[in-house]
Design a binder for this molecule. Sequence first.
Ligand SMILES: Nc1nc2c(ncn2[C@@H]2O[C@H](COP(=O)(O)OP(=O)(O)O)[C@@H](O)[C@H]2O)c(=O)[nH]1
Ligand SMILES: [Mg+2]
Length: 441
Amino acid sequence: MLDNLTRRLSGIFAGIRKKGRLSEDDVTAVMREIRVALLEADVNFQIAKNFVQTVKEKAVGEEIFGSLTPDQTILKIVRDELVALLGPDETPIRWNPAPPTVILMCGLQGSGKTTTTAKLARWFLKQGKKPMLAACDLQRPAAVKQLEILGEQVGVPVYAQLGSNPVQVAKDALARCKHLFCDVLIVDTAGRLSIDEELMKEIAEVRGAVNPDEVFLVVDATTGQEAVNVADAFHKTLGLTGAIFTKMDGDARGGAVLSVREATSVPVRFLGVGEQTEALDPFHASRMAERIIGMGDVFGIIEKAEEAFAGEDVASLESKMRSGKLDFNDFLNQMRMIRKMGPLKNVMKMIPGLSANLPEEALDMVNDKQVDRLQAIVLSMTPKERSNPDVLNGSRRKRIAKGSGTTQEEVNRLIEQLYSMRRGMKEFSKLEKKMKKIKRR
Ligand SMILES: Nc1nc2c(ncn2[C@@H]2O[C@H](COP(=O)(O)OP(=O)(O)O)[C@@H](O)[C@H]2O)c(=O)[nH]1
Ligand SMILES: [Mg+2]
């Protein structure tokens, strides 16, 4: 997500770090570089210009000339300005005090409305809500079917009515929702390839019929600047309360995400980061800003880990690790937990400094297939071998390599890794004990 911009900015900051003290000319040059980086990321021209202007003014005010660490100062200013540009850090859902809360989804065809409708339902379910979906895209019969399949996948009811019209379906869905005591109704609607009057009229009528608490515009993040015009048009007709950018897992340059709030005052609420229904991240301006400048998203990782490790016996794993008794059963468990955090590549991209410094190809190399290979090796071991790796002699290793479709070198390497982890953890525990003693004195 926005990797190119991150890489560009990191390069700029590294350049400042190398230079040390900055002259006024240096600052001007740096600002020009930042502006070019923003423009290349497809940020609106005026917004990029204003952004750099503010950063420069603040930088001068902070007396960066002569400062020994101008890169830190500029980094902080850029971060703060990005947060300001991206809007309120987080906008909570506007719950209707008298449920159900109604959410209207709108956007162009193919932007990801139907998928995002299901993603939101899943997200609400996790918050302990009881969502229901309304299939108001009656342009194509397949659209209703798609929502029904997705609804079944996430386990929420879908209200549909073939041969009717969107306004009627929306009204009836709302009644049904109340009847079932569901507390969130998400209304999926039809899109067009471009904004046209008929589409706007239809969706405005649906809006009038259900009086939504939230109107979310779903935007394909790879569409660039055009997204701002789309947001503008929908906002004028419907009064948007939020934007959701989809396909952030693809090669989105990010300009639209960075521009839409400043251009339309509509805050970004969620980001779609994959085709699966769990691939939806709530939007935080500060986290986004920090990821863009290469500070990583530590909170995002912690959240993902907490979610994945919920209900897992992490404490016993930790005590095993500390005592240096880790075996391949624990290893298997760990792998399973890590896989629950989502594609490895996405997790790695959130680690501070990593995504900016690693080329995309390197990230591709630590792919999930490799983890699968390691897992296959462990799965080819007998239970005895897993709990007592000491018995793994040459012939056993050969058998495991064959059984898992890997090579004996790979098997050897994995076994060596386990032993080195054991040694490492033992050393660490010793060190920790020593440190505690020293502290007590
Ligand atoms: N990679 C990726 N694909 C997405 C995302 N959101 C939606 N899609 C895909 O985009 C296509 C269009 O989505 P759909 O929900 O049918 O769009 P709609 O026409 O607006 O309802 C589908 O192939 C989805 O799988 C996302 O966040 N990432
Ligand atoms: Mg659709």
